[in-house]
Design a protein around this ligand. Structure first.
Ligand SMILES: Cc1cc2nc3c(=O)[nH]c(=O)nc-3n(C[C@H](O)[C@H](O)[C@H](O)COP(=O)(O)O)c2cc1C
Length: 228
């Protein structure tokens, strides 16, 4: 009897994980880079919150999260940003624009803040983290291309936001096609300290966007994957 129960629960969990697997692959197949959103549809606050949470939970090198995430939700601000994009079709129709800003340098006070935060969250004395701190300092001090390293971390956030949005049935378009100087000026950023790594328009696809009907173009498995 007991054995039977175990078997059925194993089957149940198999079915469930199979269904989850199918759902996320299906969601990723349905995802495409939207060229035109339906301007009448807004992403509900709770759905947006979930997507942002997925961005927040991203892994980052040394846990330093050398970025911040701007969420442009005001229609006025979205309108202001139109001239900052080479192609205005996404920014003028999306529900929200997410701007991932990466750091150009990681200084001692930023690292101090990080360690204070770890100490508070994990309830351990900050001195216990000295070895970890030394590792971080030797990495950030010797790593002369901090801005490139920080940008890479920003793209991990981008991937997670896009994946989560796809699961939430929210459409997206990642965009690098912006005029950085204009965008950074409108957003009041300090170009000495930070830069816009990448942006992500989110919303719901317009029925008029014919890109949604195009087949996905991806390398065949034998060119993409190599099993060793
Ligand atoms: C980092 C990044 C930047 C992109 N920048 C733009 C962009 O500025 N404008 C645009 O229309 N699409 C942009 N795309 C979308 C790509 O063209 C698209 O992902 C690719 O052609 C594959 O198509 P799919 O996303 O529809 O599957 C970008 C994609 C990535 C990952």
């Amino acid at each position: 009897m007991r054995r039977k129960e175990n078997q059925s629960s194993t089957f149940a969990s198999c079915d469930f994980s199979y269904i989850c697997f199918m759902n996320y692959i299906e969601s990723l197949q349905k995802r495409y880079s939207v060229k035109k959103f339906d301007p009448s549809k807004r992403v509900p606050a709770e759905t947006l919150r979930n997507i942002l949470e997925a961005g927040k939970l991203s892994a980052s090198s040394l846990g330093l999260q050398p970025y911040k995430i701007l969420v442009i939700e005001s229609e006025e601000m979205l309108r202001k940003l139109i001239p900052a994009f080479h192609n205005p079709s996404q920014i003028s129709t999306c529900s929200h624009l997410i701007v991932i800003v990466s750091k150009k340098a990681v200084d001692g006070s930023y690292v101090d803040g990080y360690f204070r935060h770890i100490s508070e969250v994990r309830e351990i004395p900050v001195e216990n983290l000295n070895l970890f701190r030394k590792n971080i300092e030797s990495y950030t001090e010797n790593n002369i291309e901090v801005h490139l390293w920080a940008e890479k971390q920003a793209y991990i956030v981008l991937g997670n936001l896009m994946f989560a949005a796809a699961l939430e049935k929210v459409d997206t378009c990642p965009m690098e096609g912006f005029k950085a100087e204009i965008l950074e000026e409108i957003l009041g950023m300090d170009p000495e300290k930070e830069k816009v790594a990448v942006t992500l328009a989110i919303g719901y696809r317009s029925e008029e966007d014919h890109f949604q009907h195009m087949k996905k173009v991806r390398k065949p498995d034998e060119k993409l994957f190599k099993f060793l």
